[in-house]
Write a protein that binds this ligand. Structure first.
Ligand SMILES: [Zn+2]
Length: 256
């Protein structure tokens, strides 16, 4: 293989009232839970976010009683990140890196299924995810990610393969150390926004969740992503965009 490949992996769905994720919206929303596989031309691999924990097969409340008040899941064993990786002929035991946008439960639940990877996370996120009050409120659950992996706690931009092809870009605000991932595909650069932007209309309206680490900081990060799109020509792939996800599902073999 000589070009970088990005493969969307569908790791289940959550549904909730729209107002519980974006302040001021009505109705219900269905949120795809993506994980993303990146295959470098050298053969090295990374997974950006790991989806839901295997116990969520029995419902959100089976693992996260407080989150179950807000979220319903559609998640079966075939939606586990390890199954999705095997479905595209990648052995989860051989994945080199896990990059976390952030450590909320729908982004790091499948981490135990990729046991030999090095974790790459912003130091501010790792530190925040060990804060006792946030753990008590189920914002974070260290049992999801504190599993003995080698952890690289990075600060600021981070070039994963040392060749500029895949770069972590800090986009804090949703959480203390949230980051996005720029992937320089042959067809043009894309940015995995993570939860800095849930879906496209949220960016158009500069809408915010009813919670978060720092709203002003998140707006600044959203403007940064908008500039990457409008000034630098990056395609944004959003964190939980059901419409965009329906298009991406047409490319199960990946985007190069
Ligand atoms: Zn999320």
């Amino acid at each position: 293989m000589d070009s970088l490949l990005l493969v969307p992996l569908e790791c289940g769905w959550l549904s909730t009232s729209a107002s519980s994720v974006v302040a001021g919206l009505d109705g219900k929303v269905d949120l795809p839970i993506p994980s993303w596989l990146v295959i470098h031309p050298s053969g090295r691999t990374l997974v950006f976010d790991t989806g839901l924990h295997e116990e969520v097969v029995n419902g959100v409340g089976a693992r996260y009683p407080l989150m179950a008040r807000q979220f319903e899941s559609r998640f079966s064993s075939e939606d586990q990140v390890s199954e999705r990786l095997q479905g595209v002929q990648i052995d989860p035991l051989e994945v080199d890196h896990i990059v976390f946008s952030h450590l909320h439960f729908d982004h790091c639940g499948g981490t135990s299924l990729i046991p030999n990877a090095q974790i790459i996370v912003q130091k501010a996120e790792w530190d925040s995810a060990h804060h006792p009050k946030l753990i008590e409120h189920e914002v974070y659950n260290p049992a999801d990610f504190e599993l003995g992996h080698d952890v690289a706690k990075v600060q600021g931009k981070h070039d994963i393969f040392g060749d500029g092809s895949v770069v972590c870009i800090p986009t804090p605000g949703h959480t203390a150390g949230h980051q996005s991932l720029k992937v320089n595909l042959a067809s043009g650069p894309v940015v995995l926004t993570g939860d800095c932007v849930y879906w496209e209309q949220v960016l158009e309206g500069m809408l915010l969740p009813p919670f978060g680490f720092d709203h002003e900081m998140q707006l600044q990060s959203m403007r940064q992503l908008r500039d990457l799109r409008d000034v630098e020509g990056c395609k944004l792939l959003y964190g939980h965009d059901a419409n965009q996800w329906a298009e991406l599902r047409q490319t199960p073999a990946g985007i190069s």
